[in-house]
Design a protein around this ligand. Sequence first.
Ligand SMILES: C[S@@+](CC[C@H](N)C(=O)[O-])C[C@H]1O[C@@H](n2cnc3c(N)ncnc32)[C@H](O)[C@@H]1O
Ligand SMILES: Nc1nc2[nH]cc(C(=O)O)c2c(=O)[nH]1
Ligand code: SF4
Ligand SMILES: [Mg+2]
Length: 265
Amino acid sequence: MYRITTESHGLDRTAVRDRETQKELGGKIRISEIFGPTIQGEGVLIGQPTVFVRTGGCDYRCSWCDSLHAVDSQFRDTWQPMAVDAIWAQVEHLSGGVPLMVSLSGGNPAIQPLDGLIAHGHQRGYRFALETQGSIARDWFAELDVLVLSPKPPSSGMETDWKALDDCLEKAGNKPQTLLKFVVFDEADYAYAKAASARYPHLPTYLQPGNHTPPPPEDVDAVIDMDGIMSRVHWLVDRVMQDRWFAATVLPQLHVLLWGNKRGV
Ligand SMILES: C[S@@+](CC[C@H](N)C(=O)[O-])C[C@H]1O[C@@H](n2cnc3c(N)ncnc32)[C@H](O)[C@@H]1O
Ligand SMILES: Nc1nc2[nH]cc(C(=O)O)c2c(=O)[nH]1
Ligand code: SF4
Ligand SMILES: [Mg+2]
């Protein structure tokens, strides 16, 4: 696992890797898939029409990641370096030229140079939400309309770099609507979410039950552990009420309830 450290040399490593990625891509953005319009299935924008731009590559490898096709290097040959114009042509085609929210996800979209795409879309009346684990901070977070920070709980097997998360918030500043969203599988994840949320009391907190997704290519049939998801969301609601944690919002992944873990929805 590659992890940005809290020490100052961690920032240098980010810069070095940034330069390497840029040299490799020639300023292009590594895209796994562009799809929609569909509804945003998670968090504060749930139910709202959106087009997804999913980048390829992640500095994490969560044990339960439901988007491994955009993370695991075995799928690298399905990722394409694309220029802003080419990405935009697809977004405009999918949205019929009608401005809407573009959701930037991945992998970790913070790895990619997305500032040009955001500026291009803003000029045309589109808005941008970005979903990241908060391990890599970018100056251009301040250009976003919505920033969803989704630090990873113990069940993911990843370790949170709190300094990097703080940096993300600092870079974002006051402009984007910024939120926390936690995946919860069990009691330890719940305790993590509660503690992390308490660190940032000014940020709205969303909790979503984890789904157990078979790794690709088995996911082509969108097999999903629906009973497990339902029992976890019931448990999560009970748990939040028990704690009188009334600042939290509990939501299932609507797209998973509707379509399982099908790609492109
Ligand atoms: C695939 S990730 C990509 C963006 C970024 N890497 C991140 O994790 O925030 C998008 C969202 O899906 C969530 N997610 C991934 N796997 C999940 C699972 N098995 N169950 C529930 N949510 C999951 C992540 O926590 C994140 O909020
Ligand atoms: N409909 C829909 N909503 C989503 N919210 C977050 C998603 C993601 O994988 O990043 C996602 C996704 O893949 N589809
Ligand atoms: S950080 Fe996001 S994309 Fe990366 S492995 Fe974890 S859930 Fe998947
Ligand atoms: Mg998903």
